[in-house]
Design a protein around this ligand. Structure first.
Ligand code: M6R
Length: 609
């Protein structure tokens, strides 16, 4: 998704803006640009299609002077990823970068055209500099011009603006998309997230929805939606100033897959007390699990699949009824909600627009709001009554891996806590589950030994045009996750199905050599899944079975390939089985030669609906 940076500096800013943009690359983008106000007061910009390397080359050929500037990585929504559509958009008076969507841009364009203001690009954003320029031409000050224009804009967006002739003035606005002000000693910064600001400062103010900020040198004035002066807290962010690096790994995704024994260990340390073999929640729930009539979970993509696995856990181990929805469907369904229930939002970024919208719907419907987040200093975090952290460190690869297993780890601990509170899990069972959780990092480490085998299988999968994933019970969401992972990074069409659904339609897709990935550790459902495998094998499908040792023995020779993972407590099998599922997708994508960390069309943090 688009990224915004800004610096009001004491020295030239264009190189530092470029560095800050690099820290936002993980969000996904397809063009980039920078604008500065030079010593002569004139606005100048450089923009380029594609990766930041192209912008860097452009800046090297034609450097940008100026101690104040804004930068942008663009993830195309309105208009293709061309240089003309790249931000900043500007007139001779003002330059603007935007993250989000100006929904009423068509009407505004018509209004501007009537006054002789014509856009150069196909973007929604360009109405903003044109509207501000019209206000300036009418005699407004920059601050008044922005105030007037903000009142005309509909949508969810964040903005940053600089003005010709103004060497130390920057204005920012937050309307449903995040933006943070960074406080330096003598400089002031703007960024879409704290990560972008981390090399400059760890003192940050997140604007709240509707806020806008006038930054004049290091003087910062904040206003709310009603243009009333407001104060917002300055927090010390934990975001690391080090630019994340791939270490010895070829891609961030591979590094993040390999980090999982450690990241899951880190997550566990927060939720369980190994000495007493108990789950220990440091956060106070807004409503006790014992009194909770229902838990409503909303999330998107991989986080949604983590929620689906958790539904099996909460229902089975805590006898707590759970609804799970993709956030983009949830609020438009307008579900009736009994007041006093708890709604849980799962998100790596904490900025996903659909998940945030679902949260606001639930808050409006009188629910207690809990979230499970990796970026706890995010908009979703700030709007939650309680935030459970996943603590897996910055996830840079667009394909979510370590966030998924940390989400599952935290959810497993929450399900045990719920079971304990509701009297469905005894102290002995809790101790057994905590011991099993404590064993996860070691078992995950062992599961990664299957990497060479997955690489070989992936060579075959890379020749396929379709792949099916099957799973039953709590492994069904993992089948969905496997298919998503493969689709997003290898661009091979893949579908995940509940194994029992196979004969209700998908079996028609089975043909000679179609790869079918079956995720089925030995459990009380294995027998049934084995029957489904027979149905696939009888029709020529080429089965890759992901199972444990006992499952491998049970399966005999019905699978073309068996990836054996370590035996783990049945509840935690989705966490261990996630590793070969991720590795299969990763190595298939590598064989295909795709851009694994920044796959086409995708954004890490999806801040538009
Ligand atoms: O930041 P979030 O966890 O809210 O993101 C949700 C989805 O956009 C995300 O999981 C997406 O599906 C990933 N690309 C999956 O790998």
């Amino acid at each position: 998704m688009c990224g915004i940076v800004g610096i009001i500096g004491q020295a030239p800013v264009s190189e530092r803006l470029l560095e800050a943009l690099k820290r936002l690359e993980y969000r996904g983008y397809d063009s980039a640009g920078i604008a500065t106000v030079g010593g002569d007061g004139a606005l100048t910009r450089r923009r380029a299609e594609g990766k930041l390397g192209n912008l860097s080359a452009r800046l090297e050929a034609e450097p940008l002077a100026g101690n104040i500037g804004i930068g942008h990585t663009r993830w195309a929504t309105h208009g293709g990823p061309t240089e003309t559509n790249a931000h900043p958009h500007m007139t001779s008076r003002v330059a603007v970068v935007q993250n989000g969507i100006i929904e009423n841009f068509k009407a505004l364009r018509e209004e501007l055209a009537a006054d002789g203001y014509e856009p150069q690009s196909e973007t929604d954003t360009e109405v903003v500099p044109l509207l501000v320029t019209r206000e300036l031409a009418r005699g407004a000050t920059p601050q008044k011009a922005v105030e007037t224009v903000l009142a005309k804009l509909n949508g969810a967006f964040a903005l940053a603006l600089i003005f010709s002739g103004e060497q130390s003035l920057m204005i920012a606005a937050c309307r449903g998309a995040p933006i943070a002000v960074g406080h330096g000693d003598t400089e002031t910064y703007l960024g879409s997230d704290a990560m972008a600001l981390a090399p400059f400062t760890n003192r940050v103010t997140f604007l709240e929805d509707g806020d806008w900020a006038v930054l004049e040198g290091s003087k910062i004035s904040l206003f709310d939606r009603a243009n009333q002066p407001v104060k917002r807290a300055v927090i010390t962010t934990q975001a690391s100033g080090l630019l994340a690096d791939k270490g010895n790994h070829r891609h961030f995704m591979l590094k993040e897959i390999h980090e999982q024994p450690e990241t899951v260990g880190h997550t566990l340390a927060h939720y369980v007390d190994l000495a007493s073999e108990t789950v220990r929640l440091r956060e106070t729930l807004p409503i006790d699990f014992a009194d909770m009539p229902r838990l409503t979970i909303s999330a998107c993509g991989t986080a949604y699949y983590a929620g689906l696995v958790a539904k099996y856990w909460f229902e089975r181990y805590a006898r707590l009824p759970v609804d799970v929805d993709v956030a983009s469907e949830f609020r438009y369904r307008e579900p009736p909600m009994e007041k006093g229930g708890m709604a849980l939002f799962i998100s790596q970024s904490g900025e996903t627009a659909d998940t945030l919208a679902a949260l606001r719907y639930c808050a409006g419907a009188g629910q207690h709001i809990a979230s499970l987040l990796n970026v706890t200093e995010s908009t979703i975090g700030r709007e939650s009554d309680v935030v459970f952290p996943t603590l897996c460190g910055a996830e840079i690869g667009v394909a979510s891996t370590k966030a998924f297993t940390s989400q599952l780890t935290a959810l497993a601990a929450l399900a045990v806590a719920a079971g304990k509170a509701r009297g469905t899990i005894s102290a002995g069972e809790e101790a057994e589950l905590v011991r099993a959780l404590a064993g996860l990092p070691g078992l995950m480490h062992d599961a990664l030994r299957a990497e060479k085998q997955t690489e070989d299988i992936a060579r075959q999968m890379a020749r396929a045009s379709d792949v099916l994933y099957l799973g039953r019970g709590q492994m069904f969401p993992l089948a969905l996750e496997g298919a998503l992972k493969l689709k997003e990074i290898s661009y091979i069409h893949a579908e995940g199905y509940a194994a029992g659904e196979l004969k209700h339609g998908p079996i028609a897709l089975i043909e000679e050599d179609l790869p079918v990935i079956v995720v089925a550790p030995s459990d009380d459902l294995m027998e049934k899944t084995l029957s489904n495998m027979q149905e696939v094998a009888a029709r020529g499908g080429s089965i890759v079975l992901i199972t444990d040792e006992e499952g491998a023995n049970q399966a005999g020779d019905s699978a073309a390939e068996v990836i054996t993972v370590p035996t783990v407590h049945n509840m935690l099998a989705p966490i261990v089985c996630a590793l070969p599922v991720q590795l299969l997708a990763y190595h298939t994508a590598v064989h295909m030669g795709t851009d694994v960390d920044q796959p086409r069309n995708l954004a890490k943090s999806v801040t538009v609906e």
